[in-house]
Write a protein that binds this ligand. Structure first.
Ligand code: G6P
Ligand code: MG
Length: 215
């Protein structure tokens, strides 16, 4: 088999939690009169909570103290946890389960590669946990995407060389991370936004596992 493993980002690829992150940051922004735009939110995809807050404060031209930052990171996460507390399997994005099914049937290994510290909760709530042979999330990585660490750790956990891995990503930082790790990458989203992917799909309903061999 040309490829042995598929590594999935979580937010925006398997489930649409990007909307909850967006809402939670928007609510937090009220503390410093900042209205987050959709374009800015795009730049927050795939990057850690701490880096996201730093970017937002920069856009807002707001100099925050360490104490404020710590408090706001906690507050943003509390809002986010409240928003995701009602998640269930119906929020798995279209075509994902059928695609994972095909991968399992054809003997591919499957790993998660997410920057989120809440990945475990989301996988449990949506019933996705059992699909994964390895889970690499924000609790085990030290460097954020576009650094390839999250995907290299995923490949290592699966015992696969990077060249045998295909990454699925909705964020530019994630596409850049996969490429930096020497992996193939399928972008999930719009080809006008995502640059450098080997292929871009708008949904898993458009992709058959057999097409991966063409990458
Ligand atoms: C994902 C999302 C980011 C988010 C990051 C950290 O990569 O795309 O928008 O900031 O995870 O998530 P967390 O749940 O740890 O705050
Ligand atoms: Mg994502």
């Amino acid at each position: 088999m040309k490829y042995k493993a598929c590594l999935f980002d979580l937010d925006g690829v398997l489930v649409d939690t990007a909307v909850y992150h967006f809402q939670a940051w928007k609510i937090l922004g009220k503390h410093f009169n900042f209205e987050l735009s959709h374009e800015q939110n795009e730049e927050l995809k795939g990057i850690s909570r701490v880096e996201s807050l730093d970017k937002i404060l920069h856009w807002a031209h707001f100099q925050a103290t360490q104490e404020q930052k710590g408090r706001w990171l906690k507050e943003k996460n509390e809002t986010y946890l409240e928003l995701i507390s009602h998640m269930n399997p119906s929020e798995i994005l279209p075509g994902v389960i059928s695609f994972l099914d095909q991968l399992k049937e054809q003997g591919y290994l499957i790993a998660l590669g997410s920057a989120s510290k809440n990945a475990g909760i989301i996988l449990e709530k949506t019933g996705l946990t059992t699909w994964f042979n390895a889970i690499i999330d924000g609790n085990v990585v030290t460097k954020s995407k576009p650094d390839p660490e999250v995907f290299l750790k995923g490949a290592e956990a699966l015992g696969c060389p990077a060249t045998a891995c295909i990454v699925f990503e909705d964020a530019q930082a994630g596409i850049d991370a996969a490429k930096a790790g020497g992996m193939k990458v399928v972008g999930v989203g719009s080809p006008t936004i995502l640059r450098g992917a080997d292929k871009v799909i708008s949904s898993f309903t458009e992709l058959q596992v057999s097409e991966l061999l063409l990458l």
